[in-house]
Write a protein that binds this ligand. Structure first.
Ligand code: ADP
Length: 268
């Protein structure tokens, strides 16, 4: 609360009292804190890979280059860290682009079943590497919705990639798609490491990760779910998550099948 005090003086200079103006700045402070936290987080996330790249490059230049095995090892670390940096910057730019509220959605009728199966196909290789079983919707059960293709693809891709990243070898991932009233629902569940109940409310925040080290190892930036939430809400949809530590996680996305025509410009 900001408080401003001023004396209340009559025309004849007689003091009659004090005027107090109370200004509730809770929201302003909250937004300011969010902004400074965000800048601090971005700086930290950028600094970590850059420090690593610089350190390994310096060591190579200082002589480690003459040992071929060390040279290879250091160069692969430099490559991996540069990749992470690239992904981080691309995701930050993407998030900032989709947050620009004046950009209308490019809505079109899309076959959601086909989209899910295509995306699953592109990451099948990752699932195979970990010997994961992928249960997918029936190809013959076409489910359509009105949405912006790229954004809907990104939602499915981020959730599926997380399911693969956070499920140990030999686990199972199940993708279901169904219609309910005027909504299309997508559920992605895994038999992975799960998320502790105390962390669940924060996982959609930018850069929030249950275990930073594990997320880093799997190439995570901590922005994937913030992007998913934003994209879902830009379609007037909702996302919910249920999880049990050590057992697995389920994300359910509910998207409206259609949008009112006059909604189209206000969405996003
Ligand atoms: P990241 O790039 O770290 O995966 P996300 O924003 O996609 O970032 O996810 C945030 C955090 O939520 C992850 O770091 C992880 O701790 C947790 N998480 C997301 N999906 C799952 C899942 N399917 N199983 C377990 N934990 C998950």
């Amino acid at each position: 609360m900001d408080v401003h005090l001023a004396p209340y003086v009559r025309e004849n200079q007689e003091r009659k009292g004090i005027i107090a103006v109370l200004h509730d700045v809770t929201e302003v402070r909250r937004l300011e804190k969010m902004r400074t936290d965000f800048v601090a987080n971005v700086s930290h996330e950028l600094k970590t890979p850059i420090t690593s790249v610089k350190g390994f490059a310096e060591t190579l230049l200082d002589g480690a280059m003459h040992d071929e095995a060390i040279c290879r090892e250091f160069l692969s670390i430099i490559y991996r860290e540069s990749e992470r940096l690239h992904r981080l910057i691309s995701e930050l730019l993407y998030l900032s682009r989709i947050e620009q509220h004046h950009i209308p959605l490019k809505l079109e009728q899309m076959n959601m079943t086909e989209a899910v199966l295509n995306i699953a196909n592109t990451i099948q290789k990752e699932a195979k590497k970990k010997n994961l079983t992928l249960n997918l919707p029936e190809q013959t059960n076409d489910i359509w919705l009105e949405g912006e293709k790229d954004r809907i693809h990104q939602i499915v891709l981020n959730l599926l990639s997380n399911a693969i990243a956070y499920t140990p070898e030999g686990g199972k991932i199940c993708v279901e798609l169904w219609e309910e009233n005027d909504q299309v629902k997508l559920s992605i569940s895994d038999t992975g490491i799960g998320i502790p109940a105390s962390e669940l409310p924060r996982i959609f925040e930018r850069f929030y990760r249950v275990e930073k080290a594990r997320s880093r190892r799997s190439g995570g930036t901590g922005l994937g779910l913030a992007i998913v939430k934003h994209l879902t809400e830009s379609h007037n949809g909702k996302i919910e998550v249920k999880s049990e530590e050590g057992k697995g996680t389920t994300f359910i996305v509910a998207l409206p099948k259609t949008h009112e025509t006059n909604d189209k410009t206000s969405l996003s």
